[in-house]
Design a protein around this ligand. Structure first.
Ligand SMILES: *[C@@H]1O[C@H](CO)[C@@H](O)[C@H](O)[C@H]1NC(C)=O
Ligand SMILES: *[C@@H]1O[C@H](CO)[C@@H](O)[C@H](O)[C@H]1NC(C)=O
Length: 434
């Protein structure tokens, strides 16, 4: 064996050993309590930082108050190819960019700085029409489009200022250019509107057959946007409202009341035999899930008189407030259980009842307030951010506060009720079809 070959072999061995050790450390950090699947802590931060072109411009931004590191809280994630998107709302001053990403090619762990997407200029607050002000949860579809609702707001709660109108931005991820910009109509929103979540429904007609559903958490509505018609409409239903008995929370050692939080998490089933998906949704202050066919939502006329088309599913049980949820192409739903520092699963082949739910990830430090959850190429991604402590108390910035964790879906559901069903729809029908 000549020197160069020996060099390659020993480098290979060293690299192999290094990755085992580093994976070991990450696993040792946060072994999940459940099943045999440990959570992998991919990224973690005490405080967020942004990828300024150089340290001088970063220091200048800090000195001018344009960047106040302790004011930045990440709330949403999305994964597309080698990009991990991270959104940061402008709830307080000093947030330089709301839509950001981390390159998964160059960042294998640690606390990477966030890079504005697609650039700094398009993240300028209050630059209506050209810049995004506040972005919460986002969605990348299989047609390489990124769906981003800019709420146009600065502040949170009573301090909120509507700097720009609610605007849906759809990016072409292959070119980083905006494909579509659509301002919600005044009739789509109301005095209380607060929209922090989006679901994207691709129908059997392919990429052009797309609808976005926007959940109005405090205005209690669902706004539908049709890509083909370039048009929106608002649906109202009493199931969008919170359960008045479910507004009390105990999270991260704090007791607080979020009694007004209505429709929030949404997930879409695979396309059923009738050609439509089912939208599953839940108010945040509630332990219940509801369902409606997209056949109803997609048709402005049908949606108008649709009270009886909405279905009530069973309650998840106590302490099961849920923020985001997602369903993969096999009909497996994952949902954030914020009271339990956990992520739950449900296999939609089975009726929606607590015995058919399982916890796939739980950690009382690493998963305090799971804010978003996604599935990408068989991997479950989650972000936790201690949001109630940020909002109601204060974060300890010598501690890790924000984490992005992953676990392979198959390992996560292994041994739980979520895997005990064949990977196909029986007779190609889902149980809630009528
Ligand atoms: C969609 O509608 C908006 C407002 O109604 C308009 O400004 C925009 O140009 C339209 N876009 C397309 C692609 O038709
Ligand atoms: C902040 O976190 C550090 C590290 O965990 C801990 O040593 C310290 O006591 C905490 N400070 C407060 C005020 O809780």
């Amino acid at each position: 064996m000549d020197w160069s070959l020996r060099f390659l072999v020993s480098t290979y061995l060293l690299c192999g050993m290094w990755s085992v050790i580093s994976a070991g450390n990450a696993l040792a950090g946060w072994d999940s309590h459940f099943g045999r699947a440990p959570l992998l802590e991919r990224f973690s931060w005490k405080m967020l930082d942004f990828a300024y072109p150089d340290e001088m411009s970063r220091q200048l931004a800090i000195s001018k108050g344009e960047f106040i590191p302790e004011n930045a809280l990440p709330v949403g994630i999305e994964i597309w190819r080698n990009k991990l998107f991270v959104t940061v709302p402008r709830w307080r001053d000093g947030i330089p960019s709301t839509l950001n990403y981390i390159s998964l090619d160059t960042n294998r762990g640690g606390s990477p700085k966030l890079t504005p997407y697609p650039n700094w200029a398009q993240n300028k607050a209050g630059a209506c029409g050209s810049g995004m002000t506040t972005v919460y949860r986002i969605h990348a579809d299989v047609c390489n489009r990124l769906w981003v609702l800019d709420t146009g707001t600065i502040g949170i709660g009573d301090t909120t200022v509507q700097a720009c109108p609610y605007t849906l931005n759809v990016f072409d991820l292959t070119t980083d250019k905006i494909l579509r910009q659509y301002q919600l109509r005044p009739e789509d929103i109301n005095q209380n509107t607060f929209i922090a979540n989006i679901a994207v429904d691709l129908g059997k007609g392919g990429c052009e057959d797309a609808f976005a559903y926007l959940s109005d958490e405090l205005g209690y509505g669902l706004i539908v946007y049709s890509w083909e018609q370039n048009k929106s409409w608002r649906i109202t239903h009493s199931y969008f409202m919170p359960d008045p008995l479910a507004g009390d929370y105990n999270i991260g050692g704090l007791n607080f009341q979020w009694g007004e939080e209505g429709i929030f998490g949404m997930s879409l089933s695979p396309i059923a035999l009738d050609g439509y998906r089912t939208l599953l949704f839940h108010p945040l202050s509630s332990n219940r899930e509801f369902a409606v066919s997209t056949r109803i939502l997609r048709n402005e006329e049908l949606a108008k008189d649709s009270y009886h088309q909405f279905q009530v599913l069973e309650e998840r049980g106590p302490n099961s407030h849920c923020t985001a949820s997602v369903m993969d192409e096999n009909g497996l739903q994952f949902f954030n259980l914020i009271d339990r520092n956990a992520i739950g699963c449900w296999n939609s082949l089975l009726p929606y009842t607590p015995v058919n739910h399982a916890v796939v990830a739980k950690h009382d430090e690493a998963l305090i307030f799971p804010a978003d959850v996604k599935v990408n190429r068989g991997i479950l991604w989650m972000i936790s951010d201690k949001m109630p402590i940020f909002l109601l108390s204060s974060l300890n910035y010598t501690d890790v506060n924000f984490r992005i964790l992953t676990v392979p879906v198959q390992e996560a559901i292994s041994g739980t009720v979520c895997e005990n069903t064949p990977w196909r729809y029986i007779n190609n029908r889902i149980w809630w079809d009528r």
